[in-house]
Design a protein around this ligand. Structure first.
Ligand SMILES: [Zn+2]
Length: 596
């Protein structure tokens, strides 16, 4: 934990969740909750609920959930500490120096060391590129007409063709093997008796985070061989889905739009050509995390992809993610089957600039791609194309925009505008009913009562998780039941890490005579995923009035949890004694009965 629990409680109490969320989106009061359009997924009917009593939010559409701190983490795409700082500022609270648990402190130290290793490796590679060993690589860079100042700015380097030069270099600098392995730059060899470098004989591109720290490398092979491009593996400082190559430079331009390309070389050439608001995805499909990251800096995106089939597929995959993220998206396909790098080399920056200006809207691009699949001379195919186009157009929420494309499709196919409209209307209807269904399922899942749980299969994995949630929820709201359960169910029996910590928290509160507060329980966790999971627990209502019913339900849940835990112990037992012990416990469980 980074801050003492009391400070977190104060920050939370002084930032009412309804007030804070209202600064981001309008909320309407409905019963005991407030509802609004979810900021984390695209929707037309509000399924995002905020509870003033519980100080928690929960989206029935996408499952986003948490307390006020989790909300800031999600909406501002920042980490726990940053979110707490923002809210403290908002409420005028002066925060003490953050504290680290021994485990957190160890992680933080390792992170610092990994930044240091990467910057040392970056200098090492850079030096090699400009040494006799790097002659071939430098020749390649010069042939690609990358200027010396750009080479420097991007820190291009060369990983020499020996298997352990970097390893020896880093070792000489005092980095430990553990640190080197954690960086992903060094690997243990197959015989497990030594270490070697991950990258050799490659042109090296340092990858920076938005703060400009080197966090990974991409390497292009110098001779023929596979893979052509190799990236660092994911580490505690590098997550491919949360970084874009060159974004640290692009954001400095402070433009409202950004050009997104596929490769390092494309990114660098476009940057060198004077279009500095450009970044590249790191050899991975565009993700919603990327969209969240960009959301902080830009509102408009121009996707520039190779004009081959793979490029087109990549663009089509990225479009829904970006348009759902609320960006204005345009697509540029470089003509004549060239990639942007080649195009600029042959036609110059000015012509490329013209292409950028003429980039088409994502809808036009999608419809164009759909059209290619059909022969419009054939009646059947013409209908299929119109249906597909209608499906695409239905994603637009603006009636004016819809109209433009309806007209276009109608002119192209000769099918009347009203028929196309009707088709779109039907797609709309189907989609909203699908959404309703999904959302209803979530409502049922989250408000399942003990009585309903019994009808669900108690023996599946979901059953045991649901049972754990119910136990936590009831302990939180009823301290006399909680006191009884403390002696019966131990947190270790909750195999789920989040649920285990939650039960510990609720027990601790009970033992020290405090009330367990759901919104504070969420603060045990520093990552959004665990926070959402914790918040969801408290959206479960376990309100069985009838004591007998409740006793029965609890009995079954406790037994289920214990049975699954014993199975786990049995499958992990390493001695006969342990197995015998499990058998013994199982027998006891047979005659176990929980009394209120
Ligand atoms: Zn949502």
């Amino acid at each position: 934990m980074y801050y003492p629990q009391e400070i977190l409680e104060e920050v939370r109490l002084r930032n009412d969740i309804v007030d804070v969320i209202k600064e981001y989106l309008p909320l309407k009061k409905q019963g005991s909750s407030h509802f609004g359009l979810c900021p984390f997924h695209n929707e037309n009917t509000p399924s995002f609920s905020v509870s003033a009593d519980k100080q928690l939010y929960y989206c029935f559409g996408c499952g986003a959930a948490g307390n006020v701190i989790s909300f800031i983490m999600q909406v501002e795409n920042c980490d726990f500490v940053e979110a707490v700082q923002r809210l403290a500022d908002r409420a005028g609270i002066v925060l003490p120096q953050a504290e680290y648990s021994p485990e957190d402190a160890r992680q933080e130290r390792l992170k610092e060391r990994l930044y240091e290793i990467h910057s040392a490796a970056g200098r090492f590679f850079y030096g090699k590129l400009n040494s006799p060993q790097g002659a071939k690589a430098l020749d390649y860079v010069n042939k690609r007409r990358i200027s010396v100042s750009i080479q420097k700015k991007f820190g291009l380097g060369f990983a020499p063709n020996s298997r352990d030069e970097l390893y020896r270099h880093l070792k000489g600098m005092g980095f430990t093997v553990e640190e080197m392995l954690a960086s992903g730059l060094v690997m243990e060899n197959k015989q497990k008796n030594g270490y070697h470098d991950r990258f050799y004989n490659r042109l090296m591109f340092p990858i920076f985070d938005v703060k400009g720290r080197c966090i990974a490398f991409g390497g292009r092979i110098m001779e023929s061989g596979e893979p052509k491009y190799l990236n660092s593996p994911e580490t505690i400082i590098f997550n491919k889905k949360r970084n874009l190559y060159g974004l640290n430079f692009a954001r400095a331009e402070r433009k409202k739009e950004i050009i997104i390309v596929e490769g390092y070389m494309d990114m660098i050439t476009i940057y060198q050509a004077g279009f500095k608001n450009v970044a590249a995805s790191l050899g991975t499909a565009f993700s919603s995390e990327h969209a969240m990251l960009l959301k902080k800096f830009v509102s408009d995106i121009i996707l520039v992809f190779d004009s081959d089939e793979a490029g087109e597929r990549a663009a089509l995959r990225a479009i829904p993610i970006l348009s759902d993220g609320g960006f204005r998206v345009k697509v540029l396909q470089v003509p004549d089957g060239k990639d942007p790098d080649e195009y600029i080399k042959h036609n110059g920056p000015l012509e490329f600039g013209k292409l950028l200006i003429n980039a088409v809207s994502f809808m036009e691009f999608q419809i164009k791609c759909a059209r290619k699949k059909y022969s419009l001379n054939d009646l059947e195919q013409k209908m299929l194309f119109t249906k597909e186009a209608a499906g695409l157009i239905s994603n637009l929420s603006s009636p004016i925009e819809r109209d433009v494309y309806i007209k276009q499709v109608s002119e192209e196919t000769g099918i009347s505008m009203s028929a196309v409209e009707e088709e779109i209307y039907n797609t709309d209807k189907k989609r909203s009913s699908d959404f309703e269904k999904e959302s209803k399922q979530r409502r049922v899942r989250s408000y399942t009562t003990g009585a309903q749980i019994k009808t669900e299969s108690l023996h599946n994995a979901r059953g045991v998780l649901q049972a754990q949630k119910n136990i936590i929820s009831i302990c939180c709201s009823n301290s006399s039941i909680c006191r009884k359960l403390i002696d019966i169910v131990s947190p270790e029996e909750f195999r789920d890490k989040v649920f285990c910590s939650l039960l510990k928290y609720v027990y601790d509160c009970c033992l020290s005579g405090r009330n367990a507060v759901p919104a504070d329980a969420v603060n045990i966790f520093a990552d959004s995923e665990s926070q959402a999971k914790a918040a969801e627990v408290f959206s479960v209502k376990f309100d069985i009035e009838d004591t007998e019913e409740l006793e029965k339900a609890l009995n079954e849940e406790i037994k289920l949890i214990k049975r699954v835990y014993l199975d786990y112990l049995a499958s992990n037992a390493s001695s006969i004694e342990e197995i015998q012990k499990v058998i013994e416990l199982k027998k006891e469980l047979g005659s176990f009965e929980f009394k209120l």
